[in-house]
Design a protein around this ligand. Structure first.
Ligand code: ADP
Ligand code: GLC
Length: 475
């Protein structure tokens, strides 16, 4: 089976969030099952630098007014076969979503190239049976393919996050080469604008999202206006839980960690904790409860709840280590909290892959208070690294963390702590339970750590589920 994977991020070269991790790991897992998966991404400078060889396979002319475009073929350093849309006027930085007026045309060009390669093949004997698009930037690809008629490859669109819909003015219909009669509610139109994600939801043969719980949630208010079309297409929608790339995320081999350790020896993490406290300027107290956050600073991540809970952290002398960047107001408020509580709250603004690994490896707990979380990867990495997740039970967080209730503890199933209401009091309730177990029941705490670390979180089951879905769509 030949599959063309299309998206806008690829770990470790171009990464904004979890999409990059998925785009690197899922094709690898699918290839291990025998599928011939190849990727098509924008020709960002960072990708052109590392892809070899860079062999031109076709010229596409002036796409969407962004100048001469062509498709190059090669392999990324991890070995995945890669096509790049080389169009320097559109893809001149490594920041995929940098705001600009040309954003819709840039991703329109990408989707058009995906559809073109999908329908015609690469001119060198490779043509996909199925095109798998990811998120709003490639949402128009299934539309171009469906509107262009048969014969064409089948299409799948994966929703990684419904909060980003790609909505643009209707006067872009013509520049985007979309037919006027597609501008209607059962086409690309969404409340008077062109919806890139909406288009994908309407025209793709199959839809998936990244956890079973999120697949249910988005049929209601979490659908953010798209719940109607999602309910109509529910028969073709699957929730498939993301996995963990165990070659990247493994505390027994991780080059970013000061000391390696395996699931049988969570106590060996103490060196990493001390190192982390030093690195971040936290008090070097081995007994202090150290809670970490690794997150984009976006409203849906619920970080305002953590800021409101600052008095709780101070009153209980609980250490908080934050790594992230995003909304300026959240950045300013976290910096202010760190200034107010030196040695107890540490905030590192920016993107730092190595530090993120040391946080999962050194913190006692990882806090993910999201209002909405399609899957969430940080809590899965934390589980593997022995940092117990404290999460709001929504989307993929609900599917991956088993709350340490009395029953779950007795049944030896608990892996972390969950809370339901997106409110500070509920968050503090979960933190209080975690702190009590950490301080008063260290043996039970270590038991939860070992369970999380030993769990099988590989991509294999997800890859099998995607393959079964592809096969169903191909008849
Ligand atoms: P989302 O994709 O919504 O941001 P996920 O939990 O799926 O959420 O994925 C986030 C990914 O980005 C994880 O790999 C996490 O380690 C990483 N990450 C987030 N913020 C940072 C940061 N500031 N520095 C390094 N890695 C980060
Ligand atoms: C999105 C979601 C996140 C998910 C990631 C990878 O960025 O916000 O929950 O884990 O995609 O699928």
């Amino acid at each position: 089976m030949r599959v063309l994977f299309a998206g806008t991020e690829l770990f470790p070269h171009v990464k904004v969030g979890g999409l990059a991790d998925v785009m690197a790991a899922l094709p690898k897992a699918l290839r291990a099952l025998g599928a011939d998966v190849r990727l098509l991404l924008p020709g960002y400078p960072a990708l052109k630098r590392v892809t070899a060889p860079l062999e031109p396979v076709m010229a596409l002319g002036n796409l969407m007014g962004g100048g001469e475009a062509r498709i190059l073929r090669g392999r990324c350093p991890a070995g995945l076969p890669l096509y790049l849309l080389d169009q320097p006027a559109f893809f001149h930085t490594d920041e995929p979503y940098a705001a600009s007026g040309e954003l819709p045309l840039r991703f329109g060009a990408l989707a058009w190239a995906v559809a073109h390669l999908g329908r015609n093949g690469d001119g060198q004997g490779w043509r996909p049976d199925l095109v798998h698009a990811h998120d709003w930037p490639t949402g128009l690809a299934p539309a171009y393919l469906a509107l262009g008629g048969e014969p064409r490859p089948r299409t799948v669109l994966t929703i990684h996050n419904l909060a980003y819909q790609g909505l643009f003015p209707a006067d872009l219909l013509e520049p985007l080469a979309l037919p006027l009669d597609a501008f209607q509610p059962d086409g690309v139109e969404f409340y008077g604008r062109i919806g890139f994600l909406k288009a994908g939801l309407v025209y793709a043969d199959g839809l998936t999202t990244v956890s079973p719980t999120y697949a249910r949630e988005i049929l209601g208010p979490a659908g953010l206006g798209l719940e109607g079309v999602l309910r109509q297409r529910n028969g073709r929608l699957r929730g498939i839980l993301n996995g963990v790339d165990e070659t990247v995320w493994n505390p027994a081999t991780d080059p970013h960690l000061p000391r390696l350790y395996g699931p049988d020896h969570p106590e060996a993490r103490s060196a990493g904790k001390a190192e982390l406290q030093r690195e971040l300027g936290l008090q070097e107290a081995p007994g202090a409860f150290l809670v970490a956050i690794v997150s984009r600073f976006a409203a849906e991540k619920g970080l305002d709840l953590v800021l409101e809970a600052q008095p709780w952290f101070a009153a209980h002398q609980v250490q908080l280590a934050v790594l992230g960047q995003g909304e300026p107001e959240l950045e300013a408020r976290f910096l202010a909290a760190a200034r107010l509580h030196p040695g107890q709250v540490a905030v590192h603004l920016g993107y730092d892959e190595g530090l993120s690994h040391r946080m999962y490896g050194g913190a006692d707990a990882l806090l993910v208070p999201s209002r909405q979380e399609p899957c969430g990867l940080t809590q899965m990495y934390a589980l593997r690294y022995g940092a117990l997740p404290i999460v709001r039970a929504t989307g993929g967080l609900a599917d991956t963390v088993v709350d340490a209730t009395t029953e779950a503890m007795a049944a030896e199933r608990a892996t972390g702590f969950t809370f339901l209401e997106p409110q500070t009091a509920a968050l503090q309730g979960a933190l209080t339970r975690a702190l009590a177990l950490f301080r008063d029941h260290p043996a039970a705490w270590a038991g939860l750590q070992r369970r999380g670390m030993a769990q099988d979180a590989s991509w294999r089951p997800a890859a099998q589920a995607y393959l079964a879905f592809y096969e169903q769509l191909l008849g």
